[in-house]
Ligand binder design. Structure first.
Ligand SMILES: [Fe+2]
Ligand SMILES: [Fe+2]
Length: 359
């Protein structure tokens, strides 16, 4: 993507992150673990081509890209919002959608790099096999978000500083489990909840379909992270586990604090401080922000990183209620919604061909 479509200047088009990884070869070409190999089979079968599964001819209205009611805009009801006319409100919607999809895009590139890093750092060959399918999935995700930004929104934002700091920590850490924890559990967990909100609430068909299909892939990625970490964490000492919990707590605080679209408010030349304090006090935004943790909390509980400090942190953040969310059911639902959408798409194509043939 050319940096010309960025709303803000990008001082550096390449970001270099040093990492001291150790690459591990595995000479045991035996059968491997069944559940990982089953996931690998599924990863191979469920590949899809973003160029033809999505209808890129759909026109997107940049002044209302998601097709959602204005009550859902984070600053709706604020003094700033009330002072804006219809044209400026359209611009706020355009920039907010572009900021959000840009963060998805940069996060997906992080996932692409992390998945490839897992291929060379994880010890078992079966895990390397599965991670190889994930590399392809993540490349596809970078492809779809960058195409959506380029062709439909025609505007992009640079990476959010909080996301950049978190990616830097995850990528520069040489321990393989930290890549899984930071990327598959935290960053992708947050993204998954955000994709789900678009899938379930947007009325614009391209954004909705795109997020539905990405979620189908992510459901497998989360399953992979859980399998690997559930097996590995019981082997660690309590000091090692405490260090990982501390990392998660800091990352969750950062994500809660920093994802308020500050770059958009400053760029649009509205009162950014007022927008942010309005959002922080708003019931609607608080509910939205809590929902962003609805996949992270049950996953941390499931992999056994759920000591007293973690519980207290989540209770203070008002998100401890997600601890018992049924992850299996959510993953099954993500896969079913995507399969139903794809079936409907195929039926539509077949009907069109049948009618075309009858003419
Ligand atoms: Fe992804
Ligand atoms: Fe992923």
């Amino acid at each position: 993507m050319s940096t010309r479509i960025y709303a803000l200047p990008v001082d550096q088009t390449q970001w270099h992150v040093p990492s001291g990884d150790t690459t591990i070869f595995d000479w045991e070409y035996d059968e491997g673990r069944d559940r990982l190999l089953a996931l690998y089979e599924k990863g191979k079968q469920k590949q899809w081509n973003a160029a033809d599964r999505l209808d890129w001819s759909i026109e997107v209205d940049v002044n209302d890209p998601m097709g959602v009611p204005e009550q859902t805009i984070a600053i709706y009801g604020s003094r700033v919002w009330d002072s804006l006319g219809p044209r400026e409100r359209g611009m706020v919607r355009h920039h907010l959608a572009s900021w959000q999809f840009s963060q998805f895009l940069h996060g997906e590139q992080g996932a692409l790099i992390c998945a490839s890093k897992i291929v060379h750092t994880v010890p078992g060959l079966d895990a390397k096999f599965y991670a190889a399918t994930q590399v392809m999935d993540e490349a596809r995700h970078v492809e779809v978000y960058s195409r959506y930004l380029r062709e439909k929104l025609r505007l992009a934002y640079p990476i959010n500083p909080g996301l950049k700091a978190l990616l830097n920590d995850v990528i520069s850490d040489s321990r393989w489990d930290m890549t899984y924890l930071g990327m598959q559990v935290l960053i992708e967990g947050l993204a998954l909840a955000a994709f789900g909100l678009i899938r379930d609430n947007a009325t614009e068909p391209l954004a909705q379909a795109l997020n539905t299909y990405v979620m189908q892939d992510e459901a497998r990625h989360v399953a992979f992270g859980r399998l690997a970490l559930r097996e590995f964490y019981p082997e660690l000492t309590s000091a090692e586990l405490a260090e990982r919990e501390e990392f998660c707590i800091e990352a969750c605080h950062m994500m809660q604090e920093r994802f308020v679209g500050e770059e958009v408010w400053r760029n649009l030349d509205v009162d950014a401080d007022e927008c942010i304090s309005y959002m922080r006090a708003s019931e609607h935004f608080r509910a939205f922000r809590s929902h962003l943790f609805s996949r992270i909390v049950p996953t941390l509980n499931d992999i056994g990183l759920f000591g007293d400090k973690m519980r207290r942190t989540f209770a203070d953040m008002g998100i401890i209620g997600y601890e018992r969310h049924n992850l299996e059911a959510l993953i099954e639902q993500d896969e079913k919604i995507a399969a139903d959408l794809d079936r409907a798409r195929i039926e539509e194509v077949e009907t069109a061909i049948a009618h075309g043939g009858a003419d």
